[in-house]
Design a protein around this ligand. Structure first.
Ligand code: NAD
Length: 232
């Protein structure tokens, strides 16, 4: 299973490239690590956005729940997600079944001393007027645990994801334009090994020409029924 931002839109979190996508409202160059470290205005804007977006308190939807059911049925090698919203885990998908390729915004780390804390605690400080809250232990810069442009993907997570794609005999790609690399090379690897790819997405993806089946629809509608049929 490979998921992207689309699986979480029904939880109220906008995707990046869909019609209401984040890229239509913010400048991607604000998401470089260099800019975040060097520019306090960028950090203030990032915390303000993160605090107001509602993503930290969003709840999983029927699509995320269907993924958990598929895992429990024993038919899924694992779920690789590009999402940083933590909603697969919140739905009950255990860590051994989940790779979050781009990190998880629900936790935050101090870039100086490595202290880790729930992002919701930092958001509470932002709401009471600290617009760029420093680490309470050492005063260092705090950053959510997501991979910014210019950062390496977490090596262990990447290795596990590619190990799963080598073991899979089919891939279900959900809610992703399949255009962000290296993440999209995971479903591509499964296809290149001669296995089928099923795409569930609202609208076209970059890999439609390689799909065995395309279901153009909402994951919250399609996945529960699909999982019922697979696990029957
Ligand atoms: P994307 O924005 O490029 O594509 C999302 C796709 O999902 C679009 O084609 C859209 O039409 C479709 N879609 C929207 N709602 C849907 C629904 N309910 N059911 C089925 N399809 C739906 O997303 P991407 O391919 O994941 O790439 C975006 C990058 O942005 C990733 O790297 C990811 O880390 C990041 N991102 C994450 C979140 C999140 O964590 N929820 C949100 C925005 C962006």
């Amino acid at each position: 299973m490979f998921t992207g931002a689309g699986i979480s839109t029904e939880s109220g979190i906008p995707d990046f490239r869909g019609p209401d996508g984040v890229w239509r409202r913010v400048d991607p160059s604000e998401f470089t690590l260099e800019r975040y470290l060097s520019d306090v205005t960028t950090r203030r804007a990032a915390w303000r956005r993160r605090t107001r977006s509602g993503a930290l308190t969003a709840a999983p939807n029927r699509g995320h729940e269907a993924v958990v059911r598929l895992w429990r049925s024993g038919r899924m090698v694992g779920c690789v997600t590009q999402n940083i919203d933590g909603l697969h885990a919140a739905a009950g998908l255990p860590s051994e079944a989940l790779v979050e390729m781009h990190g998880n915004a629900r936790t935050t780390t101090c870039l100086e001393c490595g202290a880790s804390l729930p992002t919701i605690q930092v958001a509470a400080r932002v709401e009471t007027g600290e617009d760029d809250p420093p680490c309470e232990r050492c005063g260092g810069v705090l950053k959510v645990d997501v991979v910014y442009f210019g950062e390496m993907l977490p090596a262990g997570a990447v290795a596990r994801a590619f190990e799963w794609s080598a073991r899979a005999d089919a891939v279900l790609a959900v809610g992703s334009t399949l255009g962000v690399y290296p993440a999209a090379s995971l479903p591509l690897d499964v296809v290149r090994a001669g296995h089928p790819m099923v795409i569930v997405n609202r609208g076209p993806t970059d890999l439609d020409h390689l799909a065995t089946v395309i279901v153009d629809g909402s994951s919250g509608d399609v996945l529960p029924e699909l999982v019922d049929r697979i696990t029957d």
